[in-house]
Write a protein of this length. Structure first.
Length: 391
């Protein structure tokens, strides 16, 4: 497997590397080391490593780093001096806010100062005329409009249910033919709508053009609609197609992985493992991991351990955790306890559900169950284990 990385990552098996990736072992290692504060600062300062998240828009780190900073008594000023000066400081702002929520006076005072500084530019803007924003989506088209009008309209996802239901159920040969013609021409304004409807009709007439789009592997809305067409097809159509496309290193392989994530069967285990071994992007990797998680009778899969350790994308690690929990009886003793300190809530919940009980795990479960800032799923799983209702 080739794991995409952030700039200048530390090794996946080093304390800093685990802290960058958001692993529970990274948090615990920092707490027990004299160098823990320096590892934390390396994740928060604007040094060459920068923000350690592979995807800054979705990965959780704020509470993970905030609780560590509070535990280690790391001064907010040591990493928040340049807060608010650029996008690269987003993670710092999130961490400071999380520290303030958890009672840090220093963090709260810093936020208050920043709010006061922001007030003056706001005052200077007072009295500026407000520009009214108008919709530019074009005129509304009724669901019972002629098919040509529906296909020519400017639609934005999600498509109106009334339109989809009407076209999905139509038996009018003229309308069906219009949908098929639109779906075979990527330049047709109704292409996206036609694909959406035909997938739900289990109509594979656009498959040739869809395959051509996916094979080109260009980003954009056209590829996205082609991808959705394949994954929305019924399993009896999509699964054979996915099996024939899985080995392709383009959009066909990515779509195949997504289909198998929902429909994989035991016979697919070997092909999935081979595909995962050569995967180079986290989205396909995540789908392949999910697919293996559907096959407990064929597990355990050592590839999932590798994904857990090396992934720089915490969402992919979360999928590996879910898959290992389903396919590897050793998971409870091997990884689940560490998961209780992971940056992602779904991983902490899996750890709370399955970690083998000892005094350390029991104490952490109590901590999670009583944490008012913890996500509901984690608190509920932790309380269930403490009450003897879990695994």
């Amino acid at each position: 497997m080739e794991f995409p990385q952030i700039d200048d990552p530390a090794g996946a098996d080093t304390p800093l590397g685990m802290l960058q990736r958001g692993r529970g072992a990274g948090w615990l290692g920092a707490v027990s080391s004299d160098d823990g504060d320096q590892w934390l600062l390396a994740c928060l300062r604007g040094d060459p490593r920068g923000d350690p998240r592979w995807d800054r828009q979705v990965e959780s780190r704020s509470d993970y780093y905030a609780t560590l900073a509070l535990r280690l008594s790391v001064p907010v000023a040591s990493f928040a001096a340049d807060l608010g000066e650029g996008d690269e400081q987003w993670i710092v702002g999130d961490v400071v806010e999380a520290m303030a929520r958890r009672g840090s006076v220093e963090a709260a005072e810093l936020l208050s100062t920043l709010e006061r500084d922001d007030d003056q530019p706001g005052d200077e803007m007072a009295g500026t005329p407000v520009v009214e924003l108008r919709s530019t989506t074009g005129p509304r088209v009724s669901a019972d409009a002629p098919i040509d009008d529906l296909l020519a309209a400017t639609w934005h996802r999600p498509f109106p249910k009334a339109v989809i239901n009407r076209l999905r159920m139509t038996r009018d040969p003229v309308e069906v033919d219009a949908l098929r013609r639109a779906a075979r021409d990527v330049d047709n304004p109704g292409w996206h709508l036609a694909l959406h409807v035909l997938a739900r009709r289990a109509d594979v007439s656009p498959l040739e053009v869809v395959e051509r789009v996916l094979a080109a592997d260009e980003t954009g809305s056209v590829r996205a609609s082609a991808f959705r067409f394949v994954t929305a097809l019924p399993s009896d159509i999509a699964l054979p197609l996915a099996r024939s496309w899985l080995s392709h290193d383009d959009g066909r392989g990515s779509a195949a992985s997504a289909v198998l994530a929902s429909h994989a069967e035991p016979v697919d285990a070997l092909a999935l493992r081979e595909a995962l071994a050569v995967a180079t992007d986290y989205y396909s990797m995540s789908s392949l991991v999910e697919a293996l998680g559907r096959l407990p009778e064929a597990g355990p899969f050592p590839e999932l351990d590798e994904v857990y350790v090396h992934s720089a994308y915490s969402y992919t690690r979360a999928r590996a955790v879910h898959a290992m929990a389903a396919t590897d009886p050793a998971f409870a003793d091997k990884w689940a306890a560490e998961c209780l300190w992971d940056c992602e809530g779904v991983v902490r919940a899996e750890g709370a559900r399955l970690a083998s009980l000892d005094s350390v795990v029991a104490a952490r479960l109590q901590e999670l169950a009583n944490d008012e800032f913890e996500v509901d799923e984690v608190r509920d799983e932790a309380q269930a284990r403490l009450d003897g209702r879990g695994a």
